[in-house]
Design a protein around this ligand. Structure first.
Ligand code: HEC
Length: 149
């Protein structure tokens, strides 16, 4: 066994379980929830300069898809093996509820209303992260809106 391997094993054994990265959760977040939220939030943000009608349509379509993705994956989070004790399911439900609430303004292309609901959606993400994501510093990628002030 190399020294490096031995050290890794020792480090892993010593790390508190709470600091272990939940890879499955990370995949769900990075692969589905976060892209869905980005699409949703883009509906409430100012459109990019010189957005063509085709680009606008794509942006609203992505927002609608994002809402659906958050509803689907929110429900997955509420069931085994992902569900956890405490506020977990409530936070997942808040995400589902805000995504659902956003569907009508997204269909009506009502940017200000989508923006308002987007803020409440952000609170759902944040509450769950505050309670369940161990402080590891760099868990949330820098470019994520979760790092917005
Ligand atoms: C029910 C709880 C819960 C909700 C709701 C939730 N998350 Fe997460 N999220 C987690 C957990 C737990 C992790 C940490 C996974 C790990 O151990 O790395 C995480 C990690 C992340 C990450 C980091 C992924 C990576 O590559 O490391 C991003 C980005 C993220 N969430 C975005 C969001 C967004 C955006 C929302 C809201 C639309 C949201 N999350 C809602 C529980 C939640």
């Amino acid at each position: 066994m190399t020294l490096r391997l031995v050290l890794t094993i020792l480090l892993l054994a010593a790390a508190p379980a709470a600091l272990a990265r939940d890879e499955a959760m990370r995949d769900i977040m990075a692969g589905h929830v976060n892209p869905g939220a980005l699409g949703f939030w883009a509906a409430g943000n100012d459109p990019p300069d010189n957005e063509t009608p085709a680009q606008a349509k794509l942006r609203w379509d992505e927002a609608a898809k994002g809402a659906k993705a958050m509803e689907t994956w929110g429900q997955v989070l509420q069931k085994p093996p992902y569900t956890r004790t405490g506020r977990w399911n409530d936070d997942a439900q808040l995400m589902i509820d805000m995504a659902r609430l956003g569907e009508t303004p997204i269909r009506l292309k009502d940017g200000p209303k989508a923006f308002e609901i987007g803020g409440r959606l952000y609170d759902a993400c944040n509450e769950c992260h505050k309670l369940y994501v161990p402080r590891r510093g760099a868990t949330i990628p820098r470019e994520s809106p979760l790092n917005a002030p």
